[in-house]
Design a protein around this ligand. Structure first.
Ligand SMILES: NC(=O)c1ccc[n+]([C@@H]2O[C@H](COP(=O)([O-])OP(=O)(O)OC[C@H]3O[C@@H](n4cnc5c(N)ncnc54)[C@H](OP(=O)(O)O)[C@@H]3O)[C@@H](O)[C@H]2O)c1
Length: 336
């Protein structure tokens, strides 16, 4: 079998190694990968945490891809060899080729650069699933997005604006808030800190209530930790909070009284462990609601950097630096 190059985790380090070309199984497509966006989960996986679930390569990172279908397994439907596709996977995308359920492949609009498209699926599917499918955002509502300059944050911001919502975002870096203004951000907050550098929960919740004139209807919490306490304190009556990330910590001290009295709902979400049918449903919703907005230019991928697979170490360090705005993408083409 012909070998393909893939980023490979060996002893908590990244190497570029040859692997046998994957063969598409039943209902699967094989994709020649053009772009594969980086995600915080990749950093965790490289460090030995967050192992890949069964059924995907354990040592090849990568949760999202774009590329061209080059082979189909038995019974694969909905895609054809030669199609430009993008989607999510539970691992293995940072490689020249991957196999994936055909139902997890969405068509890439002609107007999009195919490498840049590799940074779209994880951010936009996470944002759409949380904000629309789960929190049922309505036009005119206030959406709060923490880490709004992140990959998921910039996707959530654009999607919320395209759906007619108003957006208040937080970032620890003022320049990211300034750049988000160009994407439609209505209000930006640099979260207040206490004298010892911790998050000032009371001050942040006041900042949110003031910016929204009464509280956030929907919150996409990409940060976790004590941000969740501020989310609850700053939620509007019947607010919906979706916990999506834990960069600021896994625990919080919350007011159940605030939760009860405002009848706030708090739900957690994770894409990676969902089963084949659940991921097909997320992909279907993405094709229905998000792909047309990408095709007509209402929303777009925000790309901080594109680096070849051979420079994966630099790409990972760039994400870890917290300096990025939008996505870092690996160009996985053999000639890159
Ligand atoms: N649930 C899911 O299925 C799912 C899917 C995708 C991503 N996620 C999560 O969503 C979050 C965002 O992911 P991403 O890939 O979009 O991130 P990203 O593009 O790497 O951006 C993250 C940004 O968050 C800010 N940040 C980092 N540590 C922070 C902290 N301790 N407190 C507050 N802000 C901090 C930094 O910006 P500043 O320093 O400028 O603020 C950083 O640039 C991550 O937690 C990720 O794990 C979850």
């Amino acid at each position: 079998l012909r070998a393909v190059r893939a980023l490979t985790i060996v002893d908590r380090k990244l190497e570029l190694a040859d692997h046998p070309a994957p063969t598409p199984g039943p209902h699967e497509a094989r994709v020649r990968v053009h772009g594969a966006g980086l995600n915080r989960a990749d950093l965790l996986q490289r460090a030995g945490g967050y192992p890949a679930p069964p059924g995907v390569p354990a040592d090849i990172p990568g949760l999202e891809f774009s590329g061209v279908v080059d082979a189909l397994g038995p019974g694969a439907r909905g895609v054809a060899v030669g199609d430009r596709v993008f989607g999510i996977t539970a691992g293995g995308a940072q490689a020249e080729q991957l196999t994936v359920a055909a139902t997890h492949c969405a068509p890439v609009p002609d107007t999009l650069d195919l490498v840049a498209a590799g940074g779209i699926p994880e951010a936009y599917m996470t944002a759409h699933d949380a904000m629309v499918t789960q929190a049922r955002v309505q036009p005119g509502e206030w959406v709060l997005v923490h880490a709004v300059g992140s990959g998921v944050g910039t996707a959530a911001l654009q999607l919320a604006k395209a759906l007619g919502a108003r957006v208040v975002g937080t970032a620890r870096t003022q320049s990211k808030l300034d750049r988000c203004r160009a994407l439609g951000l209505d209000a930006g907050i640099v979260p207040a800190q206490t004298a010892d550098g911790a998050l000032d929960v009371a001050a942040l919740s006041t900042q949110i209530v003031e910016a929204t004139g009464g509280g956030a209807d929907v919150t996409l919490d990409l940060t976790g930790g004590e941000y969740i306490a501020a989310d609850i304190d700053a939620a509007a009556p019947l607010g919906r909070i979706v916990s999506i990330g834990a960069m600021a910590g896994a625990r919080a001290t919350i007011s159940v009284l605030a939760l009860m009295s405002k009848r706030v709902s708090l739900v957690g979400t994770l894409l990676r462990p969902r089963n084949v049918e659940e991921k097909a449903a997320v992909t279907e919703a993405f094709v229905r609601d998000v792909v047309p907005l990408l095709a007509n230019g209402a929303i777009m991928p925000i790309v901080d950097a594109v680096l070849p697979l051979a420079r994966a170490d630099d790409a990972y360090e760039l994400v870890a630096s917290n300096a990025t705005f939008g996505k870092v993408i690996l160009d996985c083409r053999a000639e890159a």
